[in-house]
Design a protein around this ligand. Structure first.
Ligand SMILES: Nc1ncnc2c1ncn2[C@@H]1O[C@H](COP(=O)(O)OP(=O)(O)OP(=O)(O)O)[C@@H](O)[C@H]1O
Ligand code: SF4
Ligand SMILES: [Mg+2]
Length: 330
Protein backbone atom coordinates (compact mmCIF):
# COMPACT_ATOMS: atom_id res chain seq x y z
CA UNK A 1 0.00 0.00 0.00
CA UNK A 2 1.07 3.52 -0.71
CA UNK A 3 -0.11 6.40 1.33
CA UNK A 4 0.72 9.60 -0.37
CA UNK A 5 -0.49 13.10 -0.95
CA UNK A 6 1.25 13.04 -4.29
CA UNK A 7 -1.27 13.11 -7.06
CA UNK A 8 0.69 10.86 -9.36
CA UNK A 9 0.72 7.71 -7.30
CA UNK A 10 -2.31 6.22 -9.10
CA UNK A 11 0.11 4.99 -11.70
CA UNK A 12 1.01 2.13 -9.32
CA UNK A 13 -0.60 -1.01 -10.69
CA UNK A 14 -1.55 -2.45 -7.31
CA UNK A 15 -3.35 0.69 -6.09
CA UNK A 16 -7.06 0.00 -5.92
CA UNK A 17 -8.34 3.31 -4.59
CA UNK A 18 -6.89 6.76 -4.94
CA UNK A 19 -8.34 9.98 -3.57
CA UNK A 20 -6.93 13.27 -4.85
CA UNK A 21 -7.62 16.58 -3.12
CA UNK A 22 -11.10 15.43 -2.14
CA UNK A 23 -13.47 18.08 -0.77
CA UNK A 24 -16.99 17.88 0.56
CA UNK A 25 -18.54 21.16 1.64
CA UNK A 26 -22.09 21.34 2.98
CA UNK A 27 -24.02 24.60 2.61
CA UNK A 28 -25.39 25.39 6.05
CA UNK A 29 -27.94 28.16 6.63
CA UNK A 30 -26.85 30.60 9.31
CA UNK A 31 -29.66 33.12 8.85
CA UNK A 32 -32.67 33.83 6.71
CA UNK A 33 -30.60 34.79 3.66
CA UNK A 34 -27.16 33.66 4.77
CA UNK A 35 -25.39 30.36 4.40
CA UNK A 36 -21.80 29.24 4.88
CA UNK A 37 -19.73 26.31 3.71
CA UNK A 38 -19.15 23.65 6.30
CA UNK A 39 -15.93 22.05 5.12
CA UNK A 40 -16.50 18.47 6.29
CA UNK A 41 -13.68 17.10 4.11
CA UNK A 42 -11.06 19.52 2.86
CA UNK A 43 -8.38 18.58 0.36
CA UNK A 44 -7.78 15.00 1.44
CA UNK A 45 -5.47 12.75 -0.61
CA UNK A 46 -4.29 9.16 -0.20
CA UNK A 47 -4.19 5.84 -1.96
CA UNK A 48 -4.80 2.26 -0.82
CA UNK A 49 -3.25 -0.82 -2.34
CA UNK A 50 -5.37 -3.81 -3.23
CA UNK A 51 -5.92 -6.11 -0.26
CA UNK A 52 -4.77 -3.56 2.32
CA UNK A 53 -6.48 -1.40 4.94
CA UNK A 54 -6.21 2.30 5.59
CA UNK A 55 -7.52 3.16 9.06
CA UNK A 56 -9.01 6.63 9.60
CA UNK A 57 -9.25 8.05 13.11
CA UNK A 58 -10.30 11.33 14.66
CA UNK A 59 -12.79 12.79 17.08
CA UNK A 60 -16.51 13.05 16.42
CA UNK A 61 -17.36 15.49 13.63
CA UNK A 62 -13.89 15.52 12.00
CA UNK A 63 -15.31 14.24 8.71
CA UNK A 64 -14.65 10.48 8.75
CA UNK A 65 -18.12 9.38 7.68
CA UNK A 66 -18.36 12.16 5.11
CA UNK A 67 -15.01 11.03 3.67
CA UNK A 68 -16.24 7.43 3.36
CA UNK A 69 -19.62 8.42 1.91
CA UNK A 70 -18.08 10.86 -0.55
CA UNK A 71 -15.64 8.22 -1.82
CA UNK A 72 -18.66 6.03 -2.60
CA UNK A 73 -20.47 9.08 -4.04
CA UNK A 74 -23.29 8.69 -1.55
CA UNK A 75 -22.40 12.38 -1.19
CA UNK A 76 -21.34 14.27 -4.30
CA UNK A 77 -17.80 15.68 -3.91
CA UNK A 78 -17.35 19.46 -3.98
CA UNK A 79 -13.90 19.03 -5.51
CA UNK A 80 -11.05 16.63 -6.14
CA UNK A 81 -11.10 13.21 -7.72
CA UNK A 82 -11.66 9.55 -6.79
CA UNK A 83 -10.01 6.80 -8.81
CA UNK A 84 -11.01 3.16 -8.62
CA UNK A 85 -8.49 0.81 -10.24
CA UNK A 86 -6.91 3.82 -11.95
CA UNK A 87 -10.19 5.16 -13.37
CA UNK A 88 -11.97 8.30 -12.18
CA UNK A 89 -15.47 7.48 -10.97
CA UNK A 90 -16.55 11.12 -10.78
CA UNK A 91 -18.37 11.51 -14.06
CA UNK A 92 -19.48 7.91 -14.31
CA UNK A 93 -22.76 6.22 -13.56
CA UNK A 94 -22.18 4.86 -10.05
CA UNK A 95 -24.27 1.79 -10.84
CA UNK A 96 -21.17 0.56 -12.69
CA UNK A 97 -19.18 0.70 -9.44
CA UNK A 98 -21.75 -0.19 -6.78
CA UNK A 99 -20.93 -3.91 -6.96
CA UNK A 100 -17.28 -3.17 -6.36
CA UNK A 101 -17.55 -0.42 -3.73
CA UNK A 102 -19.61 -1.10 -0.62
CA UNK A 103 -20.14 0.15 2.93
CA UNK A 104 -20.69 -1.38 6.37
CA UNK A 105 -22.49 1.10 8.62
CA UNK A 106 -21.74 2.08 12.19
CA UNK A 107 -25.12 1.36 13.69
CA UNK A 108 -26.24 -2.25 13.16
CA UNK A 109 -29.61 -1.35 14.72
CA UNK A 110 -30.57 1.55 12.45
CA UNK A 111 -29.00 0.24 9.25
CA UNK A 112 -31.13 -2.92 8.84
CA UNK A 113 -34.74 -2.61 7.65
CA UNK A 114 -36.80 -4.10 10.53
CA UNK A 115 -39.52 -5.33 8.12
CA UNK A 116 -37.18 -7.47 6.05
CA UNK A 117 -35.90 -10.94 6.83
CA UNK A 118 -32.20 -11.69 7.01
CA UNK A 119 -32.35 -13.41 3.63
CA UNK A 120 -34.01 -10.43 1.98
CA UNK A 121 -31.55 -7.98 3.54
CA UNK A 122 -28.56 -10.01 2.37
CA UNK A 123 -30.18 -10.80 -0.98
CA UNK A 124 -31.16 -7.22 -1.81
CA UNK A 125 -27.99 -6.30 -3.72
CA UNK A 126 -28.22 -9.58 -5.66
CA UNK A 127 -31.90 -8.97 -6.49
CA UNK A 128 -31.28 -5.39 -7.73
CA UNK A 129 -28.65 -6.74 -10.10
CA UNK A 130 -30.75 -9.81 -11.01
CA UNK A 131 -27.71 -11.93 -10.22
CA UNK A 132 -29.59 -15.11 -9.33
CA UNK A 133 -32.92 -15.40 -11.21
CA UNK A 134 -33.01 -19.04 -10.15
CA UNK A 135 -34.53 -19.14 -6.64
CA UNK A 136 -32.57 -22.15 -5.45
CA UNK A 137 -29.28 -20.60 -6.58
CA UNK A 138 -30.20 -17.33 -4.82
CA UNK A 139 -30.97 -19.22 -1.62
CA UNK A 140 -27.71 -21.17 -1.82
CA UNK A 141 -25.72 -17.96 -2.31
CA UNK A 142 -27.42 -16.29 0.70
CA UNK A 143 -26.79 -19.36 2.86
CA UNK A 144 -23.17 -19.35 1.73
CA UNK A 145 -22.82 -15.68 2.74
CA UNK A 146 -24.46 -16.39 6.11
CA UNK A 147 -22.02 -19.18 6.75
CA UNK A 148 -19.12 -16.94 5.71
CA UNK A 149 -19.98 -14.36 8.38
CA UNK A 150 -20.73 -16.96 11.06
CA UNK A 151 -24.53 -16.77 11.05
CA UNK A 152 -26.44 -19.97 11.66
CA UNK A 153 -28.30 -20.89 8.47
CA UNK A 154 -31.50 -21.55 10.41
CA UNK A 155 -31.81 -17.76 10.88
CA UNK A 156 -32.60 -17.39 7.14
CA UNK A 157 -36.16 -16.17 7.69
CA UNK A 158 -35.65 -14.27 10.93
CA UNK A 159 -36.02 -10.49 11.40
CA UNK A 160 -33.29 -8.09 12.63
CA UNK A 161 -34.91 -7.50 16.05
CA UNK A 162 -34.33 -11.16 16.90
CA UNK A 163 -30.53 -10.63 16.82
CA UNK A 164 -27.87 -9.17 19.08
CA UNK A 165 -25.76 -6.19 17.97
CA UNK A 166 -22.85 -8.42 16.94
CA UNK A 167 -25.10 -10.71 14.90
CA UNK A 168 -26.74 -7.72 13.24
CA UNK A 169 -23.34 -6.42 12.23
CA UNK A 170 -22.62 -9.86 10.74
CA UNK A 171 -25.82 -9.44 8.67
CA UNK A 172 -24.62 -5.96 7.59
CA UNK A 173 -21.27 -7.42 6.55
CA UNK A 174 -22.91 -10.27 4.61
CA UNK A 175 -25.08 -7.67 2.84
CA UNK A 176 -22.00 -5.67 1.85
CA UNK A 177 -20.36 -8.83 0.44
CA UNK A 178 -23.37 -10.00 -1.58
CA UNK A 179 -22.45 -8.34 -4.88
CA UNK A 180 -18.77 -9.38 -4.65
CA UNK A 181 -17.07 -6.07 -3.79
CA UNK A 182 -13.34 -5.32 -3.84
CA UNK A 183 -13.45 -2.16 -1.72
CA UNK A 184 -15.45 -1.68 1.50
CA UNK A 185 -15.80 1.41 3.66
CA UNK A 186 -16.15 0.07 7.22
CA UNK A 187 -17.63 3.07 9.06
CA UNK A 188 -16.99 2.36 12.74
CA UNK A 189 -18.33 -1.17 12.34
CA UNK A 190 -17.65 -2.12 15.96
CA UNK A 191 -18.12 1.06 17.97
CA UNK A 192 -21.76 0.29 18.81
CA UNK A 193 -20.85 -3.22 20.02
CA UNK A 194 -19.75 -4.62 23.38
CA UNK A 195 -15.98 -4.71 23.78
CA UNK A 196 -16.09 -8.52 24.00
CA UNK A 197 -17.76 -8.70 20.57
CA UNK A 198 -15.59 -6.07 18.89
CA UNK A 199 -12.54 -8.34 18.53
CA UNK A 200 -14.65 -11.13 17.00
CA UNK A 201 -16.00 -8.81 14.30
CA UNK A 202 -12.59 -7.28 13.58
CA UNK A 203 -11.01 -10.74 13.33
CA UNK A 204 -13.76 -11.80 10.97
CA UNK A 205 -13.21 -8.72 8.77
CA UNK A 206 -9.50 -9.56 8.68
CA UNK A 207 -10.19 -13.17 7.69
CA UNK A 208 -12.59 -12.03 4.97
CA UNK A 209 -10.00 -9.58 3.71
CA UNK A 210 -7.39 -12.34 3.33
CA UNK A 211 -9.81 -14.77 1.76
CA UNK A 212 -11.30 -12.34 -0.74
CA UNK A 213 -8.45 -9.86 -1.24
CA UNK A 214 -10.67 -7.05 0.07
CA UNK A 215 -9.46 -3.48 0.41
CA UNK A 216 -10.80 -1.52 3.39
CA UNK A 217 -11.13 2.07 4.48
CA UNK A 218 -11.64 1.35 8.17
CA UNK A 219 -13.04 4.26 10.20
CA UNK A 220 -12.84 4.42 14.01
CA UNK A 221 -12.85 6.96 16.82
CA UNK A 222 -10.12 5.17 18.55
CA UNK A 223 -6.54 4.47 17.49
CA UNK A 224 -6.54 1.25 19.51
CA UNK A 225 -9.29 -0.22 17.30
CA UNK A 226 -7.61 0.49 13.96
CA UNK A 227 -4.10 -0.44 15.03
CA UNK A 228 -4.16 -4.14 14.19
CA UNK A 229 -6.36 -4.19 11.16
CA UNK A 230 -4.69 -1.27 9.37
CA UNK A 231 -1.49 -1.34 7.37
CA UNK A 232 -1.58 2.47 7.35
CA UNK A 233 -3.44 4.96 9.51
CA UNK A 234 -4.63 8.50 8.73
CA UNK A 235 -5.56 11.00 11.44
CA UNK A 236 -8.24 13.58 10.65
CA UNK A 237 -8.96 16.87 12.36
CA UNK A 238 -11.67 19.33 11.29
CA UNK A 239 -11.90 17.92 7.76
CA UNK A 240 -8.12 17.78 7.20
CA UNK A 241 -5.79 14.81 7.15
CA UNK A 242 -3.11 15.86 9.66
CA UNK A 243 -0.96 12.72 9.74
CA UNK A 244 -0.65 9.60 7.61
CA UNK A 245 1.83 6.76 8.16
CA UNK A 246 2.31 3.04 8.46
CA UNK A 247 0.37 1.88 11.49
CA UNK A 248 3.42 0.71 13.46
CA UNK A 249 5.37 3.89 12.64
CA UNK A 250 2.45 6.11 13.68
CA UNK A 251 2.22 4.42 17.09
CA UNK A 252 5.95 4.38 17.65
CA UNK A 253 6.70 7.84 16.39
CA UNK A 254 3.64 10.12 16.28
CA UNK A 255 4.70 13.48 14.85
CA UNK A 256 1.63 15.70 14.86
CA UNK A 257 0.68 17.21 18.24
CA UNK A 258 -2.90 16.04 17.73
CA UNK A 259 -1.85 12.42 17.10
CA UNK A 260 0.38 12.62 20.17
CA UNK A 261 -2.64 13.71 22.17
CA UNK A 262 -4.81 10.89 20.82
CA UNK A 263 -2.12 8.34 21.58
CA UNK A 264 -1.38 9.63 25.05
CA UNK A 265 -5.01 8.99 25.96
CA UNK A 266 -4.91 5.24 25.21
CA UNK A 267 -3.32 2.68 27.54
CA UNK A 268 -0.12 1.06 26.24
CA UNK A 269 0.76 -2.55 27.02
CA UNK A 270 4.47 -2.05 26.31
CA UNK A 271 6.03 -0.28 29.37
CA UNK A 272 9.05 1.03 27.37
CA UNK A 273 6.74 2.69 24.88
CA UNK A 274 4.57 3.96 27.71
CA UNK A 275 7.54 5.62 29.47
CA UNK A 276 8.89 7.16 26.28
CA UNK A 277 5.50 8.59 25.37
CA UNK A 278 5.03 12.00 26.89
CA UNK A 279 1.52 12.64 28.20
CA UNK A 280 0.11 15.71 26.56
CA UNK A 281 -2.68 17.57 28.17
CA UNK A 282 -4.73 19.63 25.81
CA UNK A 283 -6.99 22.48 26.58
CA UNK A 284 -9.75 24.00 24.51
CA UNK A 285 -12.70 22.68 22.59
CA UNK A 286 -12.81 21.43 19.02
CA UNK A 287 -13.74 24.60 17.10
CA UNK A 288 -17.03 24.75 15.24
CA UNK A 289 -16.47 23.53 11.68
CA UNK A 290 -18.56 26.55 10.63
CA UNK A 291 -15.88 28.93 11.89
CA UNK A 292 -12.56 27.09 11.95
CA UNK A 293 -9.44 28.97 13.09
CA UNK A 294 -7.24 30.69 10.51
CA UNK A 295 -4.05 28.84 9.60
CA UNK A 296 -3.69 25.46 11.29
CA UNK A 297 -7.07 23.99 12.30
CA UNK A 298 -5.53 22.58 15.51
CA UNK A 299 -3.92 25.79 16.75
CA UNK A 300 -6.38 26.70 19.55
CA UNK A 301 -5.58 23.40 21.29
CA UNK A 302 -1.95 23.02 20.38
CA UNK A 303 0.80 23.61 22.95
CA UNK A 304 3.28 24.51 20.18
CA UNK A 305 1.15 27.05 18.32
CA UNK A 306 2.75 30.36 17.34
CA UNK A 307 2.19 33.24 14.92
CA UNK A 308 3.02 31.18 11.84
CA UNK A 309 0.37 28.63 12.83
CA UNK A 310 -2.26 31.38 12.85
CA UNK A 311 -1.27 32.58 9.39
CA UNK A 312 -0.64 29.53 7.21
CA UNK A 313 -2.36 26.20 6.84
CA UNK A 314 0.39 23.55 7.07
CA UNK A 315 0.35 21.11 4.16
CA UNK A 316 0.63 17.36 4.57
CA UNK A 317 4.23 16.57 3.70
CA UNK A 318 6.46 13.53 3.70
CA UNK A 319 8.84 13.75 6.64
CA UNK A 320 10.77 10.73 5.36
CA UNK A 321 9.97 7.22 4.13
CA UNK A 322 6.27 7.84 3.66
CA UNK A 323 5.44 9.28 7.10
CA UNK A 324 3.32 12.34 6.32
CA UNK A 325 2.36 15.12 8.71
CA UNK A 326 0.85 18.60 8.46
CA UNK A 327 2.55 20.83 11.03
CA UNK A 328 4.92 23.83 10.90
CA UNK A 329 6.85 22.71 13.99
CA UNK A 330 7.45 18.97 13.87
N1 LIG B 1 -25.65 16.35 5.41
C1 LIG B 1 -24.97 17.24 6.13
N2 LIG B 1 -25.29 18.56 6.14
C2 LIG B 1 -24.58 19.44 6.85
N3 LIG B 1 -23.52 19.13 7.62
C3 LIG B 1 -23.16 17.84 7.67
C4 LIG B 1 -23.85 16.82 6.93
N4 LIG B 1 -23.26 15.62 7.19
C5 LIG B 1 -22.23 15.88 8.02
N5 LIG B 1 -22.18 17.20 8.32
C6 LIG B 1 -21.19 17.86 9.17
O1 LIG B 1 -19.92 17.52 8.66
C7 LIG B 1 -18.98 17.37 9.72
C8 LIG B 1 -18.37 15.99 9.63
O2 LIG B 1 -19.37 15.03 9.96
P1 LIG B 1 -19.08 13.47 9.91
O3 LIG B 1 -20.35 12.78 10.23
O4 LIG B 1 -18.42 13.14 8.62
O5 LIG B 1 -18.04 13.30 11.10
P2 LIG B 1 -17.49 11.97 11.76
O6 LIG B 1 -16.01 12.13 11.88
O7 LIG B 1 -17.97 10.77 11.02
O8 LIG B 1 -18.14 12.02 13.22
P3 LIG B 1 -18.57 10.78 14.17
O9 LIG B 1 -17.29 10.26 14.75
O10 LIG B 1 -19.44 11.41 15.20
O11 LIG B 1 -19.29 9.76 13.34
C9 LIG B 1 -19.77 17.60 11.02
O12 LIG B 1 -19.58 18.94 11.41
C10 LIG B 1 -21.20 17.35 10.60
O13 LIG B 1 -22.09 18.12 11.39
S1 SF4 C 1 1.06 23.89 12.73
FE1 SF4 C 1 1.28 24.89 14.70
S2 SF4 C 1 -0.74 24.79 15.65
FE2 SF4 C 1 -0.70 23.32 13.99
S3 SF4 C 1 -0.15 21.42 14.95
FE3 SF4 C 1 1.74 22.34 14.21
S4 SF4 C 1 2.55 23.53 15.91
FE4 SF4 C 1 0.40 23.05 16.38
MG1 LIG D 1 -19.10 9.10 11.56
Amino acid sequence: MTVSNQTTSGAGKDILLEVRGLKKYFQVKTGLFKSVDLKAVDDVSFSIRKGETLGIVGESGCGKTTLGRTILRLEEPTGGDILYAGESILHRDMNEFRDKMQIVFQDPYASLDPRKTVSDIIGEAMDIRKMYPNKAERRDRILELMELVGLNQQFYNRFPHEFSGGQRQRIGIARSLAAGPSFIVCDEPVSALDVSIQAQIINMLEDLQKEKQLTYLFIAHDLAVVKHISRHVGVMYLGHMVELAESYELYKNPLHPYTQMLLSSIPVANPDLSRSRKRIRLTGEIPSPLSPPSGCPFRNRCPKADGKCAECLPSLEDTGSGHLAACHHL
